[in-house]
Design a protein around this ligand. Structure first.
Ligand code: HEC
Length: 169
């Protein structure tokens, strides 16, 4: 009985040690990494940058998070692909990231939301993605309007607009 209790105690101790952002990093770093994970979830980054995230209502193993998508979004801007952030941020310094995050990107990337993020939150996202480490393959390169597209894509164009709205598009 005592041995059993000891085994249980050991198990629960080990589960405390199992890797999660909060336990693997320490102190202030752990808080930033945890915040970055939270932002990836609630600021929508996973929705587009994690394969199958929308389709599976967020049930995608964390090791696949932010590895990019090979289904494009097509509209007047051509065809764009959510980049593999795990590879992308691995090649960037924190300062480069904070500068890049404030610049325009092709639709439907909501770059104007990223522009409004505080430096601290941008840093948290960066630290979280670096904590996860590089994984996956690069997403396909964007295709210019009218050029042939070799991958699956979603057509991101409003349909059935009233005539007066069509003119302004
Ligand atoms: C609606 C889908 C969508 C959402 C939500 C989204 N992205 Fe994107 N993201 C894209 C697409 C598509 C591209 C490719 C844009 C391009 O080709 O310029 C992209 C590109 C990027 C790039 C790369 C820009 C470059 O230099 O090439 C970064 C960085 C990025 N997204 C970060 C984020 C972060 C961080 C979040 C969450 C706050 C986020 N994205 C949310 C679709 C999305």
């Amino acid at each position: 009985m005592q041995a059993f209790a000891l085994a249980l105690a050991t198990l629960s101790f080990l589960s405390i040690l199992s890797p999660s952002p909060a336990s693997a990093a320490s102190g202030k770093d752990a808080l930033l990494v945890e915040r970055g994970k939270y932002l990836a979830q609630v600021a929508g980054c996973n929705d587009c940058h994690t394969p199958g995230y929308m389709q599976n209502e967020g049930k995608v193993p964390e090791n696949l998070w932010l590895t990019g998508a090979d289904v494009g979004f097509q509209g007047p801007w051509g065809t764009s692909y959510p980049v593999n952030l795990r590879l992308y941020l691995n090649k960037m310094s924190e300062a480069q990231w904070i500068a890049r995050a404030r610049q325009p990107m092709r639709p439907p990337m909501p770059w104007y939301n990223l522009r409004e993020m505080s430096d601290k939150d941008l840093l948290a996202l960066y630290r979280y993605v670096r904590f996860l480490g590089p994984a996956g393959d690069p997403a396909p390169v964007a295709v210019a309007p009218g050029q042939p597209v070799a991958t699956p894509y979603v057509e991101f164009v409003p349909k059935n607009l009233p005539l007066d709205k069509q003119a302004s598009r």
